[in-house]
Design a protein around this ligand. Structure first.
Ligand code: FES
Length: 156
């Protein structure tokens, strides 16, 4: 396939890339940019492990062609903490630790990206609303109730 130019801001850094148009945002992040915090679970839009933000909206990176992010700002779990990797954690990361919002941790980056969007988009007023918004993020360990507790804690 022919490679095409793509300019996209990822975690605050402007990237000038050449990619094949068939490449997903998930594969671009993980395989070309080595941002492996974003996980590949199903690669079919069913598990939420690949959740990132594009211009502040959460998306499944496995369902997003990288070319469609031309000119956008992408945020991954690596770019969530405002002061960068050597600074303090984002409050949602702190809350997941405090409330044991994970066991194996594989779904956690996607859960946290969705959790941040949940509050930002105003869907965190009560546990039912949070469960509905978070229903696309699957956790096989079953940490769901602790994840809801973490989101409620950050919301208050
Ligand atoms: Fe994208 Fe499962 S890897 S939703």
């Amino acid at each position: 396939f022919e490679q095409m130019p793509l300019q996209v801001e990822i975690n605050g850094t402007l990237q000038r890339l050449k990619i094949e148009p068939r490449v997903t945002l998930l594969d671009l992040l993980r395989e070309q940019l080595n941002l492996t915090g974003t996980k590949k679970g199903c690669d079919l839009g069913q598990c939420g492990a690949c959740t990132v933000h594009v211009d502040g909206q959460r998306v499944n990176a496995c369902l997003t062609l990288a070319m469609t992010t031309e000119g956008c700002k992408v945020t991954t779990i690596e770019g969530l903490a405002p002061a960068g990797p050597d600074g303090p954690l984002h409050p949602m990361q702190e809350a997941f630790i405090k409330h044991d919002g994970f066991q194996c941790g594989y779904c956690t980056p996607g859960q946290i990206m969705s959790a941040v969007a949940c509050i930002r988009e105003g869907h965190a007023d009560n546990p039912d609303e949070i469960r509905e918004y978070m229903s696309g993020n699957i956790c096989r360990c079953g940490a769901y109730s602790n994840i809801v507790d973490a989101i409620m804690d950050v919301k208050k």
